[in-house]
Design a protein around this ligand. Structure first.
Ligand SMILES: Nc1ncnc2c1ncn2[C@@H]1O[C@H](COP(=O)(O)OP(=O)(O)O)[C@@H](O)[C@H]1O
Ligand SMILES: O=C(O)C1=C[C@@H](OP(=O)(O)O)[C@@H](O)[C@H](O)C1
Ligand SMILES: [Mg+2]
Length: 478
């Protein structure tokens, strides 16, 4: 099938990727020529620039493709009613005029449901948002429906790099917006961007006509969500505040049902937000990274101790001693991986390769979110994955145990459970190479480095424990 994707933003880009991967011929449209150029360099599908609100420009797209279907998922950005009219309503009309034979799918929003009483709404519930912008969304929907097409009403989209709920909490900007009809805050209606994209692909490939809500399965008030998130990120539960009447999506309180879409065979990969935080390899890390990059606030840090360093540096043995000294719990990412997989690390490397092992390692690290007063021994290669770094930084006080590679080679010679040291390369050469590759990363992440060559395990443990105690005491004081 030939598909035109108009708007290659957070969902459009993923949708194009999915369609392309499934063997469809995809052309993506972006508003600005610079984003078309940037995307075209990255993607195996074609990208062209076009202003969808310009009828003449849209007509010229016919020289590029004659699509069997198109998806209008361009966004008006921060614009008001005028932009809504231009991008959504005129844009849809322009596309229908240029491609009358194609199956149209318009991506709207669940914000068109105005309910504030906490009731369940489905596609037959009244949708009259009251605001001019909301009415324009409905007008664009109507154009697609009158043409025999489909409308996907998307709930609040989140995914890697985008989660306002978590970002605001981490930055201390959250509040539970309560009022008389929503004593626990509004109900959150969300959808992971991957699930939203899969829903759009599903709708156009099956040519399902009519309106479909695209939302996950969760029923979750803002209070329930923030309480759980606060536990997961070691933060206080935000205070109550009055609802913000100027919220872009409007202030509503309703449970949007996905039953109609589910009945057609679509199912979310992430049934709720917390499934995604656990299972999406990028989500939590990317939001922590946003907070780090923003530089507005200090990244919240859990009161744990994280040990990093090369294989054989003592993370597992010294870590256990530190935990004992401080009365902390002890966790070892390698042990968590072995427990979950039900087999040894060399077996995982043999069956799934290093990539498979690294995915499991990130999963183990995410499973430690919410821990407090724990010593976390990591595997020596954990810092090689970009996605692990903000998690490590959030999870606690990071100590790098350093040791001479010759010493490490001797210590690790006696057992066979480190597959990276059992390859072609002699262990010492491999350890030296790994050190030169990883040293800048250990250095960058460490709050403390301890050169352990001349230290007993007890001495190293004592050094870690005392330094961590001071670090947390100082942090609590300011
Ligand atoms: N001074 C020391 N510091 C740390 N580990 C030591 C020391 N002396 C001997 N070892 C031994 O080195 C081996 C590797 O330690 P381990 O904790 O498994 O390292 P890692 O988890 O960092 O790979 C263990 O058998 C440990 O007893
Ligand atoms: O350095 C690495 O890449 C590895 C280190 C190991 O843990 P230790 O550092 O505890 O030996 C283990 O995670 C795996 O064999 C890979
Ligand atoms: Mg270890």
């Amino acid at each position: 099938m030939r598909v035109l994707i108009v708007g290659c933003g957070f969902v459009g880009e993923r949708t194009a990727d999915l369609l392309h991967a499934a063997g469809h011929e995809v052309v993506g449209v972006t508003h600005s020529p610079s984003s078309a150029e940037r995307l075209a360099a990255l993607k195996p599908w074609r990208v062209v620039a076009c202003d969808v609100s310009d009828a003449q420009a849209v007509k010229t797209l016919r020289d590029v493709t004659v699509p069997d279907a198109f998806i209008h998922c361009a966004s008006s950005g921060k614009g008001g009613a005028e932009m809504y009219q231009a991008v959504y309503v005129n844009g849809m009309a322009n596309l229908l005029a240029a491609f009358p034979q194609a199956f149209p799918l318009y991506t709207g929003s669940t914000s068109v449901y105005p309910q504030t009483d906490g009731s369940e709404v489905d596609e037959s519930s009244p949708a009259d948002p009251g605001k001019e912008t909301g009415r324009l969304l409905l007008a664009a929907e109507k154009l697609a429906l009158d043409h025999g097409g489909a409308v996907a009403r998307l709930a609040g989209i989140y995914g890697p790099g985008r989660s306002f709920v978590l970002k605001n909490l981490l930055e201390g900007k959250s509040g539970i917006e309560v009022n008389a009809s929503a004593p626990d805050g509004r109900l959150l209606n969300q959808i992971h961007a991957d699930d939203a994209a899969a829903a759009l692909v599903h709708l156009i490939t099956h040519r399902h006509t009519g309106i479909y809500n695209v939302v996950d399965d969760a029923r979750m008030t803002q209070r329930a969500c923030l309480e759980r998130l606060a536990l997961l990120f070691n933060l206080p539960v935000p205070e109550e505040k009055a609802p913000d009447p100027d919220r872009k999506r409007g202030w509503t309180h309703k449970q949007v049902s996905n039953a109609k879409l589910r009945a057609t065979g679509w199912a979310p990969q992430y049934p709720d937000y917390f499934d995604a935080l656990r299972d999406d390899p990028q989500l939590s890390a990317s939001i922590l990274q946003l907070v780090l990059d923003g530089g507005e606030v200090r990244l919240p840090r859990a009161e744990n101790i994280v040990l990093i360093g090369l294989m054989g540096s003592g993370k597992s043995t010294v870590g256990r001693m530190v935990a004992h000294m401080l009365g902390f719990q002890f966790a070892d990412t390698d042990h968590l991986i072995i427990e979950k997989a039900g087999c040894s690390i060399p077996e995982i490397f043999a069956k799934e390769g290093e990539d498979g092992f690294r995915l499991r390692e990130s999963e183990a690290l995410r499973s430690l979110l919410g821990c407090r007063h724990c010593v976390i021994a990591t595997g020596g290669g954990i810092i090689t994955q970009v996605r692990n770094r903000p998690l490590l930084q959030h999870l606690g006080f990071i100590t790098w145990l350093e040791a001479d590679p010759k010493l490490l080679a001797r210590r690790t010679a006696s057992n066979n459970d480190r597959p990276l040291l059992r390859g072609e390369e002699p262990p010492l050469v491999k350890l030296e190479r790994l050190l030169s590759e990883r040293k800048p990363l250990y250095k960058q992440l460490a709050d403390l480095r301890i050169q352990t060559d001349e230290l007993s395990q007890q001495e190293s443990a004592y050094g870690v424990a005392e330094s961590a105690r001071i670090f947390f005491a100082q942090r609590r004081a300011c």
